[in-house]
Every structure is written in structure tokens, then in C-alpha cells.
Design a binder for this molecule. Sequence first.
Ligand SMILES: *[C@@H]1O[C@H](CO)[C@@H](O)[C@H](O)[C@H]1NC(C)=O
Ligand SMILES: *[C@@H]1O[C@H](CO)[C@@H](O)[C@H](O)[C@H]1NC(C)=O
Ligand SMILES: *[C@@H]1O[C@H](CO)[C@@H](O)[C@H](O)[C@H]1NC(C)=O
Ligand SMILES: *[C@@H]1O[C@H](CO)[C@@H](O)[C@H](O)[C@H]1NC(C)=O
Ligand SMILES: *[C@@H]1O[C@H](CO)[C@@H](O)[C@H](O)[C@H]1NC(C)=O
Ligand SMILES: *[C@@H]1O[C@H](CO)[C@@H](O)[C@H](O)[C@H]1NC(C)=O
Ligand SMILES: *[C@@H]1O[C@H](CO)[C@@H](O)[C@H](O)[C@H]1NC(C)=O
Length: 493
Amino acid sequence: MRAGRRRTASCLRTAVFLFLVTFVWLQLHLTNLGGQSSRQEPAPDNDSSAAILSMVPQVLHKFLTTRPRNITHHGNGSTIGSDVHHLTVDDIRQNIERYNLAQIIHNEDLFGPLQNDSLIIVVQVHTRLVYLRHLIVSLAQAQDIDSTLLVFSHDYYDEDINELVQSIDFAKVMQIFYPYSIQTHKNQFPGESPGDCPRDINYEQAVQRKCNNALHPDLYGHYREAKFTQTKHHWWWKANRVFNQLEVTRNHSGMVLFLEEDHYVAEDFIHILRLMEKTGKASCPACNILSLGTYLKTYNYYGDSKKKEALRAMKRHQALSAAAIPPSWGFQILPSLYQHYQKAEVTPWISSKHNMGMAFNRSVWAELRGCGRYFCTYDDYNWDWSLQHVSQGCLPHKLMAIVMRGPRVFHIGECGVHHKKTNCQSTAAISKVQKVLANAAHHLYPSHLTLTFTSGAKKHKLRKGNGGWGDIRDHELCMNMTQQERTQMLSLM
Ligand SMILES: *[C@@H]1O[C@H](CO)[C@@H](O)[C@H](O)[C@H]1NC(C)=O
Ligand SMILES: *[C@@H]1O[C@H](CO)[C@@H](O)[C@H](O)[C@H]1NC(C)=O
Ligand SMILES: *[C@@H]1O[C@H](CO)[C@@H](O)[C@H](O)[C@H]1NC(C)=O
Ligand SMILES: *[C@@H]1O[C@H](CO)[C@@H](O)[C@H](O)[C@H]1NC(C)=O
Ligand SMILES: *[C@@H]1O[C@H](CO)[C@@H](O)[C@H](O)[C@H]1NC(C)=O
Ligand SMILES: *[C@@H]1O[C@H](CO)[C@@H](O)[C@H](O)[C@H]1NC(C)=O
Ligand SMILES: *[C@@H]1O[C@H](CO)[C@@H](O)[C@H](O)[C@H]1NC(C)=O
């Protein structure tokens, strides 16, 4: 019987998870995630990690380990990509261009072509390889993953990351490369160019100095910082790319799910997405966005959401280098949360709550895209806040979300993209998530959902942006991304 088999499978998976957690703990502690020292894969000293590895199903080994290579020491900050040192920026640009033109889909021969209602999963990837490995391990274990297309969208070209992504054998896989990255634009816009105004110079000084963007500080009076603009650009580019430019999505009318490299999925997330979609069609015609992740009261990644908001503001107002407020795990995660396993909420989409694991289809995208100018000129460097702004101020149909009570997407990355120092202790989040899912195993795969409507709750009014997006070159680049349409595909590879 199907349910019985599933339970046995769950137990097995739980056991596997526990071994994995231990293994991963070892690996992470040997790896020194921090980013301070050069990247090193754990030296296989020794027995315990090898012993633990031997208990992990063979098929998953490859996603958590790298094949040994000789590592060169640079003795300084390059977290990742020591391999890239033999590639020049021109090489990287050429590779990126080739990949983007060729639009290769791996494993299509194994899993068949994309159907118009297949799920497309788009993962935004920067440089955090260790987290990405875990996301992939979680995806590998998801039911029906073989029916999906995984699109990895990169803003950093790295051979190790490519190798990992191309080793995926459980679903169709495609890689797309954000072509305006800082990596490939080191001394020119959208990277930092020589004539740019320093962040903290005041307007009069800037005008006097005639630096590039003197006339366009953000609404807090600061000038552009390249590294803070990349994520929003990348997000917008990738959405345009997937919906409007890839050949494979030409006839696609199904859901597109957005994940990030430091997310982790529950094994029933595809089942849940389908259920949410069906339930929404039947009972909530106004619902147009699905959210699989939520920040739980008991699973409080940023300490609390007020702190999180304060952090965002601080990043801009002070010269704080976006270092993370250490996450806090105030409570044990309550398995009772999943006693509401069949419950979902209907609520206006709020960026800080519903930005993880969100999914929508092409017709919703068409409305968002129609608000491109609104998105691209809003003075906030956060894509999710910009999206909320679009929802509230421009969309013909505001974003109305269906949100699972028991989340199916978790955040395992404890340090942001711009993280510099301190040990991120990423193991804490990973093993917590493992435990939550192990505890919830019997509550996964609900047969139906009940919707609770909470839309009558407090109004979220439009607010001032967080800044960091005052430069008109950013506005223009962002809007340019919406101009491109599908062109004839070239075959260069
Ligand atoms: C690691 O294990 C192998 C075989 O188990 C052994 O030959 C080797 O000496 C060990 N290395 C260290 C550094 O302990
Ligand atoms: C890397 O390893 C290979 C094979 O082990 C060896 O032949 C080569 O000399 C090594 N290269 C460096 C730079 O150490
Ligand atoms: C890090 O090492 C690379 C390669 O040796 C070097 O080019 C770069 O200047 C170093 N960076 C710092 C901050 O020391
Ligand atoms: C999807 O494809 C099927 C057959 O291939 C077709 O009947 C159906 O109309 C298509 N749906 C959409 C929304 O294009
Ligand atoms: C899209 O649909 C058209 C017409 O049905 C078909 O000829 C074409 O091959 C389809 N393209 C893809 C990528 O599925
Ligand atoms: C896409 O989503 C919208 C909003 O939920 C819905 O009205 C529409 O029917 C969906 N389109 C398709 C092709 O399923
Ligand atoms: C945007 O596109 C226009 C027209 O193609 C071009 O002149 C301009 O340089 C582009 N701007 C940016 C920032 O890419």
C-alpha cells in the first residue's frame, strides 16, 4: 500500500538524515565555513567521517563530498573558487555567454521533455557551496522531483559549483548565468567603477568632485555600493530570463518556484504545492502566489522580525557590513506545529514573512513585469521589499498568498550573502531542520488543505524603501532586463 510504503520510506529517510547530520557536522567543522581562510575540503583524517559516510546511502555521497584535488593556498579571503584563478575574466565571460546561448538541459533524455504544467524550480546561487550541497540533498529526496526542471541561476562562475550542479541526476537541470555580475564587471558598472562616488560622501562634496553618480544618492543620502545591488538585479534578471527568454519555457503555463542556495526543502513540498494550487483554484480565486516557507514563531532565524527589519535599515544607515545578528533559537521547535498539517492561511503577501519558497505562474508574472518600472525605480535594494511595493502600489491584482502553517522550505544559511567574519555555525540550523522534519514525518503528505482567511488583519501601508537603490544606472540596467525577449536560439556548445 502506498501509505505504508511511504512510512517505511520515511523511517529509512529519518535514519539516513541522522547519519547525514552527524556526517555533515563533521564535514562542516573540518571545512571551516567562515570564509576567513581559503576553501579547504576536509582532509579525510579520518576514520570517523569515513565511517559515517559509509552509512549514508551511496547515491547521496556525491552531493556532500568533493573529489579530492590538490588545493593551492592563497592564504587569504577567497572562500571559494580557487579553481577560477586560472580563468581570466574574459574566459569567464565567454563561458557564461556560451552557457546562456546553448540553454542545455541535462537529463532530458532520462526524464523527458518539460510539460506545460511541470513545476519549474529556480534556485538563485551565489557562492555558498556547502549550503547548496544540502539543498540538493534535500531536493534529491523529494517525491516527484523527477518531473521538475531545476534551473540554477548563478551570479558567480565557479568550477566546483558547476561540477556539483552538473552531477545532479534526479531531475532535469539547467544553468543560467547572470551576465552583469560583479565578478565579470570588476572595475566597471554594475561593479564599482573608478569614478563612482564613495558611499558616505555628502551631496555637495560629490557634486564638487563630479563623481559619476553625484546627482543620485539614495533617499538616505548614501551613494551606491555595488555588492548590495547585485541580489535585486539578479532576482529580476532571472525571473525575466525564465519566463520570457528561455526556449524551454515557451509554452509553459505552470508554476515556477523560487528558492535560494541556502534553503532546504521537505520531501513532500511538490505534493503540497499541487495541493495549494488546487485548493486555491477551488476556494480562493484572488490567491495568486503560494508560499511554502514561513518564519515560525518558534523557529526564529533573525531573533525576531523587528530585529530583522532594524538590521536591514542599519545595513544602510550605518556603515555596518551586513554582518548577521546571530540567529537565535529561543524555543524548541514544536512538532505540534505540524498537527495543523492540513492548514494553510490566506493573507496579503508580506515580504518579510513570505519571501521563502514562493511560487506563481506566468500570468501573475506578466502583471509583475508590467510593473517593471515601479520595481526598478523603487529606492530599496531588497527584491522582496520591492515586490511588496509593487504589489501594494502597482499591480492590478495585489499579491494574495496561500501560506502553509507547517513550512516546507527552511532557511539553513545563517550568514547572509555579504557575510564577512565570524563562524556562522551553520550546523545548528541544518540539524534543527532535520529534527523538525523527522518529527513531522507522519504529518507530511496531507490529503487536503483547509484555508484560513486572515486578510482582514492589519493593513500594511506603503513605506519608505531601505535605500541603496538611488543610482539611475541601477534603475536603467534593471529596466533593460525587461526589454529582452526570446530570440532564435543558437547552438554553440
Ligand atoms: C586515515 O585512514 C587511513 C585508512 O583508514 C590510514 O591509512 C591513514 O593513516 C589515516 N590518516 C590519518 C591522518 O589518520
Ligand atoms: C596535483 O595532483 C596530481 C596528481 O596527484 C599531481 O600529479 C600534480 O603534480 C599535483 N599538482 C600540484 C600543483 O600539486
Ligand atoms: C589574496 O590572494 C590573491 C592571490 O594570491 C592576491 O591576488 C590578492 O591580492 C590577495 N588579497 C588580499 C586581500 O591579500
Ligand atoms: C498543455 O498541453 C496540453 C497538451 O499537450 C494541451 O491540451 C493544453 O491545452 C496545454 N495547456 C496550456 C495551458 O497551454
Ligand atoms: C510550443 O508549442 C508549439 C506549438 O504547439 C510547438 O510547436 C513547440 O514545439 C512547443 N515548444 C516547446 C519548447 O515546447
Ligand atoms: C495562474 O494563476 C492565476 C492566479 O492564481 C490564475 O488565475 C490563472 O488561472 C493561472 N494560470 C494558469 C494557466 O493556470
Ligand atoms: C540600457 O539599454 C540602453 C539601450 O540599449 C543602453 O543604451 C544603456 O546603456 C543600457 N543601460 C544599462 C545600465 O545597461
